[in-house]
Design a protein around this ligand. Structure first.
Ligand code: ATP
Length: 247
C-alpha cells in the first residue's frame, strides 16, 4: 500500500480507509469501504441498521482486523497494529456501552486513565480542565452512579480524552439522552474540534447530527453510499429512500 503524502496540506487527511472488507460468516459487514476523514473536522457517519458503522470503528481501532483492505492514520498504515499501538499514535474510542465505574467518584474515574499520562501532582489540574470541557465542573467528589445518564456519557468522553488523542471515535454518544443533554453533547464536540481533536461520530439521532452541522457520510451495505454537508445529505432523495423517511 502506497503511503499518503498529504500531511503538509492545511486540510490534510488524518484517516483513510481503503477497500475495507470485513466478512462474518456469509455477511459482508464492510464491502470495500473507501472513506477519508480530514484533520480537525467533525465527521458524522449515519446509515441504516446493519450498514457496517460499528464494524468500521472496530477496524479503525484494531479491535478486529479487516478481511482485506487498509487503514492509514496520519499517512501510516496501521492495519496490522494492535489497539494499544493505535492508541499511542493518537486514536481513541468511546463505545456506546457505559465505560465508567458507577461506585467510584468522578475524580477517581478520571484518575485511572490520567495516571498513565501525568505525574500524580498534575492530575487534579488535568481532571479539572477535562471537567470544565464536559459541563461537569465541581463534580469531582460525586459518585458516578448519582450522575444523570448524559453526565455519565460525558465523563466517559473525558476518560477517552485523558491520553490527548488526535482522533476520537464516538459511537452513538447521544443515545438515551434528554433533549438538553443532546444539545450540550453537540456543543462539547464542537469545543473538542476547536481544541484540535478530530471527532468521528456514529449516530442515529438526526436532530443531534443537524446540530453538529458537519461533513456527513452515509454507509449502506458496507459501502460509502453518499457524502456531503448535512443539508446536502438531508435533501438527497436516494439517502431518504434507504433511510425510510427517518431524515
Ligand atoms: P446499527 O446501526 O444497528 O448499530 P451498524 O451499522 O453499526 O448497525 P454493524 O454492527 O457494523 O452495523 O453490523 C453490520 C453487519 O455485520 C450486521 O449484519 C451485523 O449483524 C453483522 N455483524 C456485526 N458484528 C458481527 C459479529 N461479530 N458476528 C457476526 N455478524 C456480525
Amino acid at each position: 500500500m502506497k503511503q499518503s503524502n498529504v500531511l503538509c496540506e492545511p486540510n490534510a487527511v488524518i484517516l483513510e480507509a481503503h477497500g475495507l472488507v470485513r466478512v462474518y460468516g456469509g455477511i459482508r459487514a464492510l464491502d470495500g469501504l473507501d472513506l477519508q476523514i480530514k484533520r480537525d473536522e467533525i465527521h458524522c457517519i449515519i446509515g441504516p441498521n446493519g450498514a457496517g458503522k460499528s464494524t468500521f470503528f472496530k477496524m479503525l481501532m484494531g479491535i478486529e482486523k479487516p478481511t482485506s483492505g487498509n487503514v492509514l492514520f496520519n499517512g501510516k498504515d496501521v492495519t496490522k497494529l494492535p489497539t494499544y499501538a493505535r492508541a499511542r499514535l493518537g486514536l481513541a474510542i468511546k463505545f456506546q456501552a457505559m465505560q465508567v465505574f458507577q461506585e467510584l467518584s468522578v475524580f477517581q474515574n478520571l484518575f485511572i486513565p490520567l495516571r498513565r499520562h501525568y505525574k500524580p501532582k498534575n492530575i487534579p489540574d488535568e481532571a479539572k480542565n477535562l471537567l470544565a470541557q464536559l459541563h461537569l465542573e465541581g463534580l469531582e467528589e460525586t459518585i458516578v452512579g448519582d450522575l444523570s445518564h448524559g453526565q455519565q456519557q460525558w465523563l466517559a468522553i473525558g476518560m477517552s480524552l485523558a491520553a490527548e488523542p488526535k482522533l476520537l471515535l464516538l459511537d452513538e454518544p447521544a443515545a438515551g439522552m434528554s433533549h438538553d443533554e443532546t444539545r450540550l453533547t453537540a456543543s462539547i464536540i464542537q469545543k473538542l474540534k476547536s481544541k484540535g481533536v478530530t471527532v468521528v461520530v456514529i449516530e442515529h439521532d438526526m436532530a443531534f447530527i443537524r446540530d453538529l452541522n458537519a461533513t456527513t457520510s452515509v454507509l449502506h451495505y458496507g459501502q460509502l453510499f453518499a457524502q456531503g454537508s448535512f443539508s446536502e445529505i438531508e435533501q438527497n432523495d436516494e439517502v431518504r429512500r434507504i433511510y425510510m423517511g427517518t431524515l
